[in-house]
Ligand binder design. Structure first.
Ligand SMILES: Nc1ncnc2c1ncn2[C@@H]1O[C@H](COP(=O)(O)OP(=O)(O)O)[C@@H](O)[C@H]1O
Ligand SMILES: [Mg+2]
Length: 247
């Protein structure tokens, strides 16, 4: 990748990631199958901790209102119902977000970068976050599995920005340099201590690393508290498989 790249984090540029051999197809298939299982776990987890808990809270609020409705002034009942309606709205928003993430990405389309742009646009509109992007067209020699892995890496990195970073800006770059495809997602959020051990329910960053490794590449995550975060995935590609184009 040449020229100035958009970057929303205060962290310094990373050294080149170690890249390995060419993609291993059986490993990739296994990884995708495992990915689907973990995706189900993640969705169950999100529904349980998010929408289900909200609905339980809403049910309790409504039951309390029903039992008090005869004795309470109409104004206070109306105020409480307005607050309940707000919780219902949040719940609908959350379920819509889960459904939209479940839609299979159009990795078979002739223009993979258009799929990425559409996803990035939807992310920006949903989370009202500033996006700086520089996305070069990548299509000719990447397999559907490779494109799906790349898409999932982007999706996971952006999901972390939305869920954890409290960032005002995210930078997304996709480009090639010296036979390597590089995807870089940076944010200017609160950052975190990468070295801290995380329990097994946090598998997003591990997935990013294992997906990049299955493509014969590597991913690095750099962050520290207060300094945003940068996720870089580097994948070896055949020369000439990505053409340069201004995004
Ligand atoms: N961009 C980010 N900004 C701040 N914290 C992050 C970011 N990405 C990851 N984290 C931290 O790293 C943890 C692990 O992330 P991940 O492996 O994706 O699991 P999960 O998102 O399910 O918690 C998160 O819980 C969060 O504390
Ligand atoms: Mg995550």
């Amino acid at each position: 990748m040449k020229g100035k790249m958009s970057d929303c984090s205060a962290t310094k540029r990373l050294p080149p990631a170690r890249t390995g051999s060419s993609p291993d197809a059986p490993a990739l298939h296994l990884l995708l199958a495992k990915g689907r299982e973990r995706e189900r776990e993640r969705i169950a987890h999100e529904l349980h901790d998010g929408a289900l808990q909200s609905l339980v809270g809403i049910k309790l609020d409504v039951e309390k209102l029903v039992s008090e409705i005869e004795t309470r002034p109409p104004r206070s009942v109306a105020a409480e119902l307005t607050s309940v309606a707000g919780h219902v709205r949040d719940c609908i928003k959350e379920i819509r977000a889960i459904l939209s993430d479940l839609e299979p990405p159009d990795v078979d389309s002739s223009d993979f970068t258009e799929t990425l742009h559409r996803y990035i646009d939807a992310f920006r509109d949903r989370h009202l976050i500033q996006v700086r992007r520089r996305v070069e067209p990548v299509q000719t020699t990447l397999s559907a599995e490779q494109r799906l892995c790349l898409f999932r890496i982007l999706q996971e990195a952006l999901s972390n920005v939305a869920r954890h970073a409290h960032a005002s800006c995210v930078g997304i770059e996709l480009g090639t340099a010296g036979g390597t495809l590089e995807l870089r997602v940076s944010d200017d959020g609160r950052g975190f201590d990468v070295s801290r051990r995380r329990d097994r329910s946090h598998y997003g960053l591990r997935h990013i690393r294992s997906r990049a490794a299955a493509l014969g590449g590597a991913a690095s995550i750099q962050s520290s508290p207060g300094n945003g975060a940068v996720v870089v995935a580097r994948i070896p590609i055949e020369e000439g498989s990505a053409e340069r184009r201004k995004a």
